[in-house]
Write a protein that binds this ligand. Structure first.
Ligand code: ADP
Length: 319
């Protein structure tokens, strides 16, 4: 069955794209598309092939085989016009460190015939109050935001962000997510690479999981979680008195597909169906009279665990 999303305009189409370096296969024949105005995440641990894939789409690396189009243009033959139509924020980018935020953005603006007013972009990214500050005096989060402003001032139809929140503190990360979401809501297609599962859940409409240069799964984030995330868990915290658990245990045993006790004495029930889990959770709360009970949904961490056998650590490494 096709959904409205399937029918959305395809901004990027990738067919069996491949990149090898000698014996090393960086990208092993990936096929996917990216639709207008969505936030699309390429997710995977370090070395999975994320950067190589997006850099082929940005016309910075030449594919070994396969094909890709960006806004209907071929990455191997139309590099010049693609580069004019996209915005790119790499993990590290070049600026004039002693020039202010406004001066750096204005310099880029001059390279393009068409684009947005510098002040509009500064406002959009909440940079107006920092406009006079030299780039080198900014925090990491504000430097990254300036990079986004420099990429957006040409008013690109597609914005590529490589690991947009790596190294940022939780507050700066949340602000960045809100701003990226805002861009997509106002019509920019956003393609990002990341190894943070929370980032995927908070930000992405669809995600492709890349492992060893191959796409293991691709879908909307809720669909990925439903398909690969595994059970929804109801956890009844231990009181240290197993005898008090009898009623609770009976309710859980009757409702859940699987029940077990953890090393710390918590009772855990697995549910395949969210409504069923929710209903049992409510019944347990009534019966438990103030007992600590949690309803734990599956998330992208679980998806990754299922498909890759481990999740990337904070540095993007996987066991
Ligand atoms: P990711 O962005 O997911 O961390 P990359 O695309 O950077 O992954 O790398 C994928 C694989 O390709 C890795 O094994 C990496 O070592 C290799 N690779 C990437 N760029 C080059 C290069 N220029 N020369 C040789 N090998 C490379």
């Amino acid at each position: 069955m096709s959904t409205p999303q399937d029918q959305a305009e395809k901004v990027i189409e990738v067919m069996d794209l491949r990149k090898t370096y000698g014996e090393t296969v960086a990208v092993d024949g990936v096929t996917f598309d990216i639709r207008a105005e969505e936030v699309f995440a390429l997710v995977g641990p370090n070395g999975a092939g994320k950067t190589t894939t997006v850099e082929m789409l940005e016309c910075l690396r030449t594919p070994t085989a396969g094909s890709a189009t960006v806004l209907g243009q071929n990455v191997t033959t139309d590099a010049r016009s693609i580069k004019a139509d996209i915005g790119v924020v790499p993990q590290s980018f070049h600026t004039f460190d002693r020039l202010s935020v406004r001066e750096n953005v204005a310099l880029i603006r001059r390279l393009y015939d068409d684009g947005l007013a510098v002040e509009t972009v500064l406002e959009e990214l909440d940079l107006t109050e920092w406009a006079e500050t030299p780039f080198q005096s900014l925090s990491g989060g504000l430097q990254r935001r300036t990079g986004m402003a420099m990429a957006l001032v040409s008013d690109p139809a597609v914005l590529f962000l490589d690991e947009p929140t790596t190294g940022l503190d939780p507050d700066a990360r949340r602000t960045t997510w809100e701003q990226i979401r805002g861009l997509a809501d106002r019509g920019t297609t956003v393609v990002l690479t990341t190894h943070y599962m929370e980032e995927v859940e908070r930000l992405a409409d669809r995600a492709a999981l890349l492992l060893d240069g191959t796409i293991e799964a691709i879908d909307t984030v809720p669909n990925l979680i439903e398909r690969y995330g595994g059970a929804i868990k109801v956890v009844v915290k231990s009181t240290g008195e197993p005898a008090e658990d009898e009623v609770i245990e009976t309710i859980l045993e009757d409702a859940a597909s699987e029940v077990y006790r953890t090393d710390t004495g918590d009772l855990v029930g697995h549910f395949e169906d969210r409504d069923h889990a929710q209903e049992t959770y409510s019944r347990l709360q009534e019966a438990g009279e103030g007992r600590a009970i949690d309803l734990i949904s599956a998330g992208m961490e679980d998806v990754f665990l299922q498909l890759a056998g481990a999740t990337p650590d904070a540095g993007g490494e996987i066991e």
